[in-house]
Design a protein around this ligand. Structure first.
Ligand SMILES: [Zn+2]
Length: 95
């Protein structure tokens, strides 16, 4: 009997509307280690709530991070495609 994560029972939130599919009374809520989790049984949407009580979608978070990493990478490559021997800039000086 070790003390693992404290997970409360899932229960429906009366009157809650899913932020993804707008279906009422489809959201279930539970807590894992005092972190509130929500899940929609209609569309499968799920998120957690951060310390400020704001919704943090689980899947969306990782996708946004991946995109944020790709965008500056493409810019750096585009800059390097300009051959300019007279104005030689170090790549490290990129602002
Ligand atoms: Zn939904």
């Amino acid at each position: 009997m070790s003390e693992g994560p404290v997970i409360t029972k899932k229960r429906f939130i009366a009157g809650a509307v899913c932020p993804a599919c707008s279906e009422p009374d489809k959201l279930m809520m539970w807590s894992e280690d005092t972190v509130p989790h929500r899940e929609c049984v209609a569309c499968g949407y799920s998120d957690t709530l951060n310390e400020q009580g704001l919704s943090v979608p689980k899947e969306l978070g990782t996708r946004v991070n991946t995109l944020a990493l790709k965008v500056p990478d493409a810019k750096v490559q585009a800059v390097q495609f300009f051959p300019n021997p007279k104005l030689k800039k170090k790549p490290d000086e990129h602002h």
